[in-house]
Ligand binder design. Sequence first.
Ligand SMILES: C[S@@+](CC[C@H](N)C(=O)[O-])C[C@H]1O[C@@H](n2cnc3c(N)ncnc32)[C@H](O)[C@@H]1O
Ligand code: SF4
Length: 360
Amino acid sequence: MSDFGIYIHWPFCKSKCPYCDFFSRVRKYIDQDAIVDSYIEDIAFYAQKTGLRSVTSIFFGGGTPSLLSPQNVERLIAAVARNWRLAPDAEISLEANPNTRSNTLFADLRRAGVNRLSLGVQSLDDAELRFLGRTHTAAQAMQSLEDVLKNFDNHSADFIYALPQQSLQGWDRSLRQILGLGLKHLSLYQLTVEENTVFSKKGVRPLNEEEAAQIYLSTEEVLQKGGYRHYEISNYAQPGAECRHNLVYWRGGDYVGIGEGAHGRLRIGGRFFATTHRCRSEELSAAERAEELLLMGLRLREGIDKQRFYRCCGLEFDAFVNAEAVKELVSDGFLTDTPQSLQITPQGLLVSDKIIEELL
Ligand SMILES: C[S@@+](CC[C@H](N)C(=O)[O-])C[C@H]1O[C@@H](n2cnc3c(N)ncnc32)[C@H](O)[C@@H]1O
Ligand code: SF4
């Protein structure tokens, strides 16, 4: 049976970062226990819908799920284990922000059952952190990283690069420092200026496309030499340390979404459903699901497995995509097409949005 993930969204943050357009709220007081109670009800609801399946990953994402008490994290993991079967090797990840660190937080989360910690570092430079409106310093991020490395065998960190004033040399220095940390997994995002964020209102401009492309290609080279595999547009992993939960999304698997900003995708009785909070679902046509699979699958360096595509949406891949466009994109060096899979090349990754548009 294929991997099956549970995403648990905690939509609260201590403050709103000026670049972030993720669904999140800043609240002085919330009744955390009551919200977790409602999440536990939703877990039972979805378990009834899916029937007994083996859960291979749980991901606490945000917002800032490190604001959840370890007791509540443990309650949620226990609810998943009670309602489905929790695989003995399940990956249980939680995103933490260094601004929520306490002396015992990471040890307590490990004891609660989390076995993979992903830290939102963003930068190891104080001036960059101030520019990004982060409420922690580089020293605090380093302290949190040390705690993570001490308490977890499986770890990841998020960084944002291609900042407006960042030079290739400046980022290269940071990257070597990041490499030295020895994290199993890295998520490196180029800054995007999203509509309706403080950055967009202030007129912040991202780095120009040419420099951003140069910085992206050099990042890949440095990390590959450092032992990381570039397995998704923004994600790098040491061998075997790819994020199992995110691979469920990118490979078109089933996942349940719990929490206000969460969505899910479920195949039930040969039909496809998109779910949103609270316990709402809408049926997707095979073509709608196929389009999503294309969008997700091309993010991966392994590309789209055509047999899996068929299993996930019931449509033949070669008949679904624009065959003329595939031929042209292959001859331009942006795609590699075989009877088994369609993959994006390193040059293709730089213009992936345009490629997807042409394929549909
Ligand atoms: C939903 S956030 C959760 C992490 C956690 N709340 C934190 O900030 O530490 C996931 C990641 O998306 C990235 N991100 C958010 N907005 C971005 C933007 N506009 N450009 C690039 N990366 C962004 C950040 O690296 C962030 O850590
Ligand atoms: S980047 Fe993280 S901490 Fe900042 S607002 Fe977004 S979700 Fe919250």
